[in-house]
Design a protein around this ligand. Structure first.
Ligand SMILES: *[C@@H]1O[C@H](CO)[C@@H](O)[C@H](O)[C@H]1NC(C)=O
Ligand SMILES: *[C@@H]1O[C@H](CO)[C@@H](O)[C@H](O)[C@H]1NC(C)=O
Ligand SMILES: *[C@@H]1O[C@H](CO)[C@@H](O)[C@H](O)[C@H]1NC(C)=O
Ligand SMILES: *[C@@H]1O[C@H](CO)[C@@H](O)[C@H](O)[C@H]1NC(C)=O
Ligand SMILES: *[C@@H]1O[C@H](CO)[C@@H](O)[C@H](O)[C@H]1NC(C)=O
Length: 439
């Protein structure tokens, strides 16, 4: 065992590109950009790990001979059985590693060392013990041998760490994550990470899919332009693709369908879901179906999309509500149909591991679309529907949105000091950015 007292002042981490990008026209739903600051941080962390390993490095025995004036040739052996101790001071190690980053067909990241070189500025060996006086006579030679041995070990250690630690670690990146019993989240890589001088961009699919019945999504993720900012270590850019694919899944599963019955109406309401209560404004319904309860069955017509504008997110919901009278023997007879339109503003918040959403509906507009019991004013029904939506429907959707959308993070990585911004990037596509101030 050799104790190293040394400094490792610089580790240069380079990245090489390979372009095995996904199908043309397929855009990522989520991009993680690691800036030069982030890479610097990774390099520093790697350096500390490397330093620990170098402290424990075992060097091979080495033998040699040196010529000393007036004495002729002296053979020496540097073996572990040598009694005594020595301090080795290593100054100025520079390591340059090129990593080849790519994605496996499974969508998981892959890493390999494509080249590695190291340079040691200076090694000083100070030997004490029985033979210390003798060995110190030719410490220059020993130092040079020592430097060579150490230099070759550094890249071996790096190669080893990449294969046995970094690669398995990258595999901890979740490729698909379960969100709930209905939906899963696909985080497969869309291709090899792309490096520039200052950034490393990792492109993820960012698609939410039905766990029962995954089918190809009929629309593409919008193109995202990431802003040229480098003040944070890591940026996340997310388009509305994740939201819109989630909307499809939950819509198709009937999550946005609802039924309103009389027992859901607060006791002090001035309208009840029975024909008696409707008599004043829909006289025919009370005549045709005396003392009968009604049921309203609602559905959102098509999966709502998320719209981006600077600083603002919104969506619009178009609902259709069918009213039934509940006849004996569980017979439900349709009596009228309503159209309900509402604009909804959406808020996003995120903490260090998840993005969560919250919907705030604006006033609804109700329209009578079809009636078997004559035309009537929908004003009272509007109040009832507003009550239901605000107290039942949106809270249920918001509970789901509060469960959130997990960020693709490697194990043990933590973000802090996040900032969120929403902005429109060209045409109809949008992106929001999240800065994480650290790992
Ligand atoms: C090494 O030194 C220790 C004490 O410092 C002594 O007990 C031991 O016998 C020595 N071994 C050899 C091989 O000289
Ligand atoms: C949701 O409601 C709509 C309209 O009533 C209906 O067509 C659809 O089948 C329902 N979805 C589910 C999953 O029940
Ligand atoms: C967001 O949209 C709402 C309604 O469309 C508008 O009143 C509000 O001013 C917008 N906020 C910003 C920051 O643009
Ligand atoms: C929703 O917003 C759009 C655009 O601002 C507006 O034209 C429409 O009338 C709004 N709809 C409702 C139901 O408020
Ligand atoms: C982030 O938010 C989610 C959902 O609200 C919550 O489950 C999680 O514990 C939060 N994480 C942190 C680190 O606060």
């Amino acid at each position: 065992m050799v104790t190293l007292k040394g400094t490792l002042p610089s580790l240069l981490l380079g990245t090489l590109l390979t372009f095995t990008s996904g199908a043309l026209g397929a855009n990522p739903g989520l991009v993680v950009r690691i800036t030069d600051q982030g890479l610097e941080y990774v390099a520093q962390e790697e350096l500390l790990a490397l330093q620990k390993k170098l402290h424990k490095v075992t060097l091979p025995n080495f033998d040699g001979d040196v010529r000393i004036k007036h004495f002729g040739s002296v053979d020496y052996g540097f073996h572990r059985r040598l009694n005594g101790s020595f301090d080795v001071k290593v100054k100025g190690i520079t390591i340059s590693v090129n990593l080849l980053l790519d994605s496996e067909p499974s969508g998981r990241p892959k890493v390999a060392v494509s080249s590695c070189s190291s340079h040691i500025h200076d090694v000083e060996v100070d030997i004490s013990g029985d033979l210390g006086w003798l060995l110190n006579l030719f410490h220059n030679q020993i130092e040079s041998r020592f430097r060579k041995a150490l230099k070759s070990r550094i890249c071996e250690i790096i190669q080893d760490s990449v294969t046995s630690e970094l690669q398995p670690y990258l595999q901890t990146l979740p490729v698909t994550t379960k969100i709930d019993h209905l939906a899963g989240l696909d985080y497969s890589l869309m291709g090899a990470p792309q490096a520039t001088d200052q950034t490393l961009d990792v492109m993820f699919k960012g698609e939410i899919f039905s766990r029962d019945d995954r089918s190809p999504v009929a629309f593409l993720a919008p193109v995202m332009n990431l802003p040229e900012e480098h003040s944070r270590m890591v940026y996340f850019a997310i388009s509305n693709y994740a939201f819109n694919t989630a909307s499809l899944v939950y819509h198709k599963a009937g999550f946005l369908n609802f039924t309103i019955t009389d027992d859901m109406i607060p006791p002090d309401s001035n309208i009840r879901l029975n024909t008696k209560s409707f008599r004043a404004f829909v006289p025919r319904i009370a005549r045709l179906y005396p003392n009968t309860n009604l049921e309203l069955q609602g559905a959102v017509v098509s999966a709502p999309c998320l719209n981006f504008s600077p600083g603002n997110l919104s969506t619009a919901a178009q609902m259709e509500i069918e009213a039934f009278v509940l006849l004996p023997n569980s017979v439900k007879e349709p009596v009228f149909r309503l159209g309900v339109a509402t604009n909804v503003s959406a808020m996003l918040t995120f903490n260090t591991s998840k993005i969560t959403g919250f919907l705030e509906p604006e006033k609804i507009q109700v329209e009578l679309k079809e009636s078997k019991v004559g035309l009537f004013s929908v004003e009272l029904l509007e109040a009832l529907l507003n009550y239901y939506l605000l107290n039942n429907f949106y809270p249920k959707v918001n509970d789901k949105l509060a469960e959130g959308f997990p960020l693709p993070l490697l194990k043990k990585i933590q973000l802090y000091d996040p900032i969120l911004q929403i902005h429109k990037v060209g045409g109809f596509s949008g992106a929001l950015r999240i800065w994480g101030g650290g790992w």
